[in-house]
Design a protein around this ligand. Structure first.
Ligand SMILES: [Zn+2]
Length: 503
């Protein structure tokens, strides 16, 4: 696989070789280390001004309109855009795919990941368009979200034209990687009164997008730091600890042979560590995302220098580029499928729980829209229970997950007939609709709800269009639904409504 990577990299290397030499020989000033145009930036040996960063991100979306689009995560406290580029490729074969998220530089003065992610974005888009087999397979199977700069106010603390006065904090001197809700300490673990704009934006973005795997890129050390940060491994380990170690090993093994001998060795000789065993962090993004959003996130510390000398930027891409891609490729293996209603075929938001394995929010959920789920997991034999309130749970036993493969397991859940209590109206003064699911008619049974007699009822389809209305004539009202198409309908009287299914 490294061959493909090197082949496409080759043309970039030709382009940039002269700059590597120049960079090493000249005594650079801070001004010379900044790129003031996208063309200059694409030599990858300078840091971008904020305007160049913004233009570069827009440029990607404009240059590869069928492969990606630019998204706004939110705005910083000073009103700078927090951007994300969404790379989905141009294939329509797979509508639902695992979602992957890279985000860097939540600490504004930790810049290596900022440049690596910009360069990775360029590399992925260029390689996909040029039919690189590895990258095409990656993007066709994983939706990739890339946010190179999480804390723009910190990075451009000294103004938009320089990164050399950057700060760890945001413009309010808040450490954003201590500002998230915490597993141990709960809300506001840093004793700040508010979550910062940047924090809120990332919380919302994670909740909306349901990423399966992510990484938060830092500098100041060279190590991969996996969950949890708020516990050491004696206090608590993640249910997927072995899987975390496995993917850390893949990251390390994907580095080229020419990395310096002490590269990624300063914290642990293995190159990775259980976060809380290194030092404990409360309010960090990694634990928040992993615990509260059922994602899996690792913190990457990419270089000992906070701000790498610009003549090192190309070297670090050569050291790290292949590993950054290998990490995304982890989303190509594990378990995926769809959870649907057995009668309507509609997607369900069900819990996907691995028996004798999952704990402490390590389970995943299928998406309400489509019912798609993806569960990263090591090879092995598992029993998996799919469950949702109102449905009978279903367990698949002896499911084999093979190495380096994606296993597909679809499940249909059957409505639990005993869950009729779920169809009680909101006021709890009891009207029932049965049978549910129904074929030719439904009976509206008003147990204690005499107040409904004489009132108008309405039936809406799943698009909220009215398909029938009438009056409630007595304690039991028979309603003909034989003309209805199969599907889910909403029956409502006044402000109370219940769902029923036409078979
Ligand atoms: Zn950091």
């Amino acid at each position: 696989m490294l061959v493909y990577f090197k082949r496409v990299l080759f043309c970039f290397i030709i382009l940039i070789q002269s700059n590597i030499v120049l960079g090493q020989n000249s005594s650079e000033t801070k001004n010379e280390s900044m790129a003031y145009s996208v063309e200059e930036m694409l030599q990858w040996d300078k840091y971008p001004t904020f305007e160049v960063y913004d233009s570069l991100m827009r440029g990607f979306a404009l240059s590869y309109p069928t492969l990606c689009r630019l998204d706004t995560i939110g705005f910083s406290e000073q009103g700078r855009l927090i951007l994300s580029l969404i790379i989905k490729g141009d294939t329509i074969e797979k509508q639902y795919k695992p979602k992957f998220f890279y985000t860097s530089t939540i600490h504004g003065n930790e810049l290596t990941g900022y440049i690596m992610l910009l360069r990775l974005t360029q590399y992925l888009l260029y390689s996909y368009q040029n039919q690189d087999e590895r990258i095409k397979s990656l993007i066709d199977n994983v939706d990739i979200y890339i946010n190179p700069l999480a804390n723009p106010d910190g990075t451009y603390f000294g103004g938009n034209n320089s990164v050399f006065e950057s700060k760890r904090y945001n413009s309010n001197y808040v450490d954003l990687n201590r500002n998230f809700p915490d597993i141990v300490l709960g809300d506001h673990p840093d004793n700040e009164t508010y979550y910062q704009n940047e924090t809120l934006a990332f919380m919302l973005y994670s909740q909306e997008n349901k990423f399966s795997l992510s990484a938060n890129l830092h500098t100041g050390a060279e190590v991969l730091n996996y969950p949890y940060d708020c516990y050491n491994s004696i206090e608590k380990t993640h249910a997927d600890r072995d899987w975390f170690i496995d993917i850390c090993n893949v990251f390390m093994d994907s580095m080229p042979d020419n990395v310096p001998s002490n590269f990624f060795k300063d914290v642990s000789s293995l190159g990775y560590i259980n976060g809380g065993n290194w030092y404990k962090v409360y309010g960090g993004r990694q634990d928040y995302t992993t615990y509260f959003n059922n994602t899996r996130e690792i913190t990457f510390e990419l270089s000992n220098s906070y701000i790498l000398p610009t003549n090192q930027l190309n070297n670090y891409w050569n050291y790290l580029g292949n590993s950054l891609i290998s990490y995304i490729e982890q989303c190509k293996k594990g378990l995926e499928g769809f959870v649907r209603d057995s009668l309507t075929g509609e997607g369900l938001k069900a819990k996907v729980f691995i028996e004798n394995h999952d704990s402490f929010h390590s389970e995943v959920y299928s998406l309400e829209e489509g019912g798609y789920y993806y569960r990263p997991i090591l090879q092995g034999t598992y029993s998996i229970t799919y469950s949702l309130e109102g449905y009978l749970p279903k367990t698949i036993t002896n499911l084999e997950i093979y190495p380096h493969q994606m296993k597909r397991q679809d499940v249909f859940l059957v409505k639990d007939e005993n869950s009729i209590k779920d169809f009680k109206d909101n006021n709890n003064d009891s009207f029932y609709l049965y049978p549910n699911p129904a074929k030719g008619y439904v009976v509206l049974d008003i147990e204690k709800g005499e107040k409904y007699i004489g009132k108008e009822y309405r039936i809406l389809n799943s698009l909220s269009m009215e398909v029938k209305k009438g009056r409630i004539v007595g304690r039991k009202t028979y309603i003909d639904i034989s003309e209805f198409k199969s599907g889910v309908y909403i029956f409502s009287i006044n402000n109370s409504s219940i769902k029923f299914i036409k078979q």
